[in-house]
Design a protein around this ligand. Sequence first.
Ligand SMILES: [Zn+2]
Length: 438
Amino acid sequence: MRSLTLALLSLCAAMLLAMPTRAQEPAVDLIIRAGTLIDGTSDNPIKNQVIFIKGDRIIKVSGDTGTLSGKNVIDLSNSTVLPGLIDSHTHIFLWGEDPAKGGYDANILKAGIALRAARATFACRRALEQGFTTLRDVETEGAGYGDVEIREAITEGTIPGPRLFCATRAISSTGGYNLEGYAPELDMPKGAQIIDGPVEARKAARQQLDHGADWIKVYMTHRSWVDKQGHLVSQPTLTVEELKAIVDEAHGWGKKVACHAYNGIGLQRALDGGCDSIEHGLDMTEAQVKQMAAQGTWYCPTLQIYYEDWAPEDTPGGKRDRARAALHEASYKRALQAHLKIVFGTDIGGMPWTESIAREFPRMVNLGMSPMDAIQAATSRAAELLGQGNDLGVVAPGAYADLVAVAHDPLADVKELLNVSFVMKDGVVFRGASGGSR
Ligand SMILES: [Zn+2]
């Protein structure tokens, strides 16, 4: 009996010794020395800061006394550190629309779901290595709920990638989305979920939300062309009633609705139907910009993609391409003047994932936005759009430890953001920095 008691006592002692005590726990996991910090919300950069990280969160930011060293210290004292970047308009399941490679249709007709998933995996890695730690991915283009599953693969650590906010299938109306132009006898797959009438609209929203959509994406315009007077015209798709049913349903689930809308009737219906963000907004009138300001509608312009792959100048397509870019510039400037809530978005996927995502920054700045505003459009403002204001897009205590660094000053030359040298997501180093990674 006595020997049994002794054995039990020694077993308990061994267990106590093996248990980590609070005193043994390190106060932080990683410390980052930032030569310059652009924190995502402040008007000005701050020199010589130290960011303390525990687990996946930032727990403290304070002045650098220069005394910190050790293997858990990442020295970025010669760099500018920023919050992880957010692209608010991507398509991880789209592999470019180059006509020479079969255009949009080849994405759906020539690639099976496994190939598409592999490409989406590549896209996610590409985004992360360029410093985009969060994406609002606005439609899978016929790949169903694949985005939700890629999101799951990233969350469980199976593949590297940004945080994904997924829109799943998107919604348009009959005649309002690709694939099109095939023999009417053929039942072609569509890149979006097609609905007609408010009942079908609401049902589609419910199905998508049920299957894990973080956002709902709708198409309010489809084809566009230049008419005889030289005006850009866009075919409207959903009615106000259809959109209202979707918005009402999404808002009931605490989710928002992103509206692809170029101009004209479709854009007006998007605003009257209460959409939360206008995507592209190529030709927004003064009155429409005013309505957006009054309603608090977000604007995600995606400028760069409208400079890609212009058709020859003297063709109808070429005229349309040039008109779109010119009108877009004017609309963007109107939006700047009205202080609309603008977020950084690229539509990448529509252009190949091998292209640099950050090319949107110089477009935004060259047309009149300050570099600091452009950075905030891709950090704190985008986080606000996503309803993640204190968690993402800022370098502050309590936020996720999503950080990037560049060698030089992006406020002096915003193109610096095309050369991100350090990327951390969730407190784990993905790129750059010798030592310090866990
Ligand atoms: Zn898009």
